[in-house]
Design a protein around this ligand. Structure first.
Ligand code: SF4
Length: 116
């Protein structure tokens, strides 16, 4: 199986083979690629970047992102929470708009400031 590493812009195509309990890999330029593949095969995670409704008349949606990576299989559940939420302005870039979303340990934070 081939997995493209997305840790850095090199985008190494890593060939992965199982040999008993061992994973044999080739094509990764660094050790981070091995860790990425191991995580992809056990508990893949991603950052989530999206928008959230706000109570601002000027900017009715505000860009937000997680401040860490959340399990891929929780993306739709997290989006359901985001879609029901509303950011109250004023908000500053980096402010937490949803704390510890669904117990993931990650917060949703605003990625822009809105004063009006
Ligand atoms: S294996 Fe290393 S160099 Fe290659 S994409 Fe992943 S992080 Fe970048």
């Amino acid at each position: 199986m081939n997995i493209v590493c997305i840790v850095c812009p090199n985008g190494c195509c890593i060939e992965v083979n199982r040999n008993g309990d061992q994973l044999e890999m080739s094509g990764n330029l660094c050790e981070r690629g091995r860790k990425f593949v191991e995580a992809e095969l056990t508990n893949p995670t991603r950052s989530l970047t999206t928008t959230m409704r706000s109570n601002s008349e000027i900017m009715p949606v505000i860009p937000v992102r997680t401040d860490g990576e959340i399990p891929k299989d929780m993306m739709f559940d997290v989006m359901a929470v985001i879609n029901q939420g509303c950011v109250k302005v004023p908000v500053k870039c980096g402010d937490i708009v949803v704390k510890d979303i669904l117990g993931t340990g990650c917060n949703m934070i605003a990625t822009c400031s809105v004063n009006i």
